[in-house]
Ligand binder design. Structure first.
Ligand SMILES: Nc1c(NC[C@H](O)[C@H](O)[C@H](O)CO)[nH]c(=O)[nH]c1=O
Ligand SMILES: CC(=O)[C@@H](O)COP(=O)(O)O
Length: 219
């Protein structure tokens, strides 16, 4: 089906030229030089108006918009690693279990490598090494930083976050931040399978989506 009839196209062309001559909706310094009409099999289409701007032709019109996003249902062949801190293992182990359960729930078939480090401060450098290995589509980083009596909490929490961010940027592989930073142990317990969910499971789902986005759309 034709997007527009010949008479309608003529009407639009005359209208655009009329408005330009009367300085209405077209800026004075832009002279429309060409109208083009395109249509798709579904009957939709676009009207594009080419302007002459200071002697340089420019095409202004309706541009298509393409949305890209990863899919959590396209996990075939995707490979994941998990870096987990041993510090506060009473929290990090259920976080890890939540992540692994999520990978299985979403049909990740490839073996998952779990790398243990002493504390959250050590996560970043290991995540970067795993990312640069070329073996994984995404790396999940799991830790639990719980405030104590000193300002050490701030140093560890900030270092963990910047370390994971840096690992992703330097390796080009998505490194997902699954490190709890909590004021007290109750907050941590609630986020490791308690009433606030399991942040390890959430991190794994983020890793699946990011791995799919990179693998299926950004190569
Ligand atoms: N207090 C916590 C730590 N501290 C240890 C550091 O992460 C690091 O291992 C040490 O400073 C040696 O470099 N780690 C956590 O993961 N959580 C904490 O609450
Ligand atoms: C996050 C920490 O490093 C913290 O658990 C250490 O406790 P403290 O500040 O009492 O030494």
């Amino acid at each position: 089906m034709a997007f527009l009839s010949a008479s309608t196209k003529a009407l639009i062309s005359n209208s655009v030229l009329f408005h330009h001559q009367n300085r209405s909706f077209l800026p004075p310094h832009q002279k429309p030089t060409q109208l083009s009409f395109s249509s798709s099999s579904t009957g939709f289409g676009t009207i594009s108006i080419a302007f002459e701007r200071k002697g340089r032709p420019s095409l202004v019109g309706t541009a298509a918009v393409r949305h890209l996003e990863g899919s959590v249902t396209r996990t075939e062949g995707l490979r994941f690693a998990v870096v987990v801190a041993r510090f506060n293992e009473i929290i990090t182990r259920p976080l890890l279990e939540g992540a692994v359960a999520t990978f299985k729930k979403y049909s990740v078939k490839e073996d998952i490598d779990v790398v243990w480090v002493p504390g959250s401060f050590e996560i970043g450098i290991v995540a970067e090494r795993l990312g640069k290995s070329g073996k994984y589509n995404a790396v999940v980083c799991i830790g639990a930083v719980v405030r104590g009596d000193t300002t050490h909490y701030d140093a560890v929490a900030n270092s963990a976050a910047s370390g994971v961010l840096s690992a992703g940027l330097k390796s080009g592989v998505p490194c997902v931040f699954g490190v709890l930073t909590c004021e007290d142990m109750e907050q941590a317990i609630n986020r490791a399978g308690g009433k606030s969910g399991n942040k390890g499971a959430e991190a794994a789902l983020t890793a699946i989506e990011m791995a799919s986005l990179f693998e299926h759309h950004l190569k």
